[in-house]
Structure formats: structure tokens, C-alpha cells
Design a protein around this ligand. Structure first.
Ligand code: DC
Length: 218
């Protein structure tokens, strides 16, 4: 079974996807890590974030497993991919069709391996719409912008920078939603869950129940 979880930054995607995968005994794939790995490589190798063809070549060196992203077959530590510089560059990098085309097959291959094995919970921005439109269960998480910024600040221990985080997040949201290729949006058959006033446990239980009801053929 394939479960997709899409939504903007701070909507709770990563925490929800991880916990749902654990409860269902599925593999969790965080596709943002692959985009971040391309951005990390671009910064390291001095490739401009507006050079689509060169970024597409870099994407060819990136892999994705349940453990995270790989570069040239070696795992990249998650901390290296979570800096504000990499976050900002990842949003620009992900707007290029050359990058998305390469990572599309990387993501599909990773999901196919995972779902053959057990099942997969695949998290990102365009998983239900573009990467795995055939998935049995599609979830789109949303939350109020202030709440998403608060969660991101708390998660990274940068509560004092709330306003800066909110501004950077709203810029990324705009870029991710307005880009021409595979913008952030809910699939027509996605279940939309507004997490603003829900606890992590409440969201996880709701998604697990939906998956189990499908598994029972309900
Ligand atoms: O989920 P994240 O914040 O780690 O994602 C990093 C960036 O990658 C984000 O700005 C949007 C982009 N991304 C994307 O365009 N498509 C995906 N499936 C996942 C992430």
C-alpha cells in the first residue's frame, strides 16, 4: 500500500509521516531530503541555483532511501541538509523542471522498492498529484501560517527568530505554490486535514484509521 502525505513546511508532514509509517509497519520516504541534497551539492560545488541544466546533472548523483538522501551512493547526514541556507536553496532548486524530472524517477523507484517490501508512506509536496497519483491513500496537511512558523521555530530551537522564520517560510510557500512545474497543491482525491488545532497524535490516528479502513476494503 502507498500512502502520500503532502503539505507546506511546518504542516507536520515529517512527524506525521514518520509516526504513521511506524504504526503501520511501513517504510517512510522523505522526498524533501532529495531536493535538499541537490541544493547542498549546488552550494558545495558553486553551482548557481538558477542554472537548471547544471542542477539537473547534480540531481543525477542523488539517491533516496528510508534513511534519507544519498550523494554518490553515500548517506548525507540530515543536519547538513537542515541549515537555513540549504532550506532556501532547496526551494529555488526545486523549481527547475530538469531537477524535478530526474528526482521523479528517483522517488518512484524508491517508493516501488519500499511498497514491494512492505508499504510506504511518502512525504513531500507533489507526491499525490505527480509522483504517485495511483496511491491508495492521499493526505494533504494544512495549518495556519503562524502555527506552522511557531512549530518550525520550536523544532529548531530558534524561538527568538520567530518573525524571521515566518517571513522565510511564507516566501518558500509562495515559491512552492506558484511554480509552474508540480506546484504544491492537494490532489483532487486527497483527504485534507487542517492540523492547526490538532495534536500530533490526533492527526496520526486519523491517518492510520483511514489507511486501515482501506486495508479492510471498507
Ligand atoms: O519538505 P522539505 O521542507 O524538506 O522540502 C525542501 C524543499 O524541497 C521545499 O522547498 C520544496 C521542495 N520539495 C518539492 O518541491 N517537492 C517535494 N516532493 C518535496 C520537497
Amino acid at each position: 500500500m502507498l500512502v502520500t502525505i503532502d503539505g507546506p513546511a511546518g504542516s507536520g508532514k515529517s512527524s506525521v509521516a514518520r509516526a504513521v509509517a511506524e504504526r503501520l509497519g511501513f517504510i517512510n520516504l522523505n522526498t524533501g531530503a532529495a531536493y535538499r541534497a541537490v541544493a547542498y551539492l549546488a552550494l558545495r560545488e558553486g553551482v548557481e541555483v538558477d542554472d537548471g541544466p547544471a542542477l539537473g546533472d547534480l540531481a543525477g548523483r542523488v539517491g533516496l532511501t528510508a534513511e534519507g538522501a544519498e550523494i554518490d551512493g553515500a548517506p548525507v547526514p540530515d543536519e547538513a541538509l537542515r541549515t537555513p541556507e540549504v532550506s532556501a536553496a532547496a526551494s529555488s532548486v526545486s523549481s527547475h523542471p530538469e531537477v524535478r524530472r530526474v528526482l521523479l524517477s528517483v522517488q518512484r523507484a524508491a517508493a516501488a522498492r519500499a511498497s514491494e517490501d512492505r508499504g510506504a508512506v511518502v512525504e513531500g509536496r507533489d507526491i499525490g498529484t505527480v509522483v504517485l497519483p495511483e496511491a491508495e491513500l492521499k493526505i494533504f496537511l494544512s495549518a495556519a501560517p503562524e502555527e506552522r512558523a511557531r512549530r518550525r521555530a520550536a523544532q529548531s530551537g530558534r524561538e527568538k527568530e520567530l518573525e524571521r522564520i515566518r517571513a522565510a517560510m511564507s516566501l518558500r510557500d509562495r515559491q512552492d505554490s506558484e511554480r509552474e512545474t508540480a506546484p504544491l497543491k492537494a490532489a483532487p482525491d486527497a483527504v485534507i486535514v487542517d492540523t492547526t488545532d490538532l495534536s500530533l497524535d490526533e492527526v496520526v490516528s486519523r491517518v492510520v484509521e483511514l489507511a486501515q479502513s482501506l486495508g479492510r476494503g471498507a
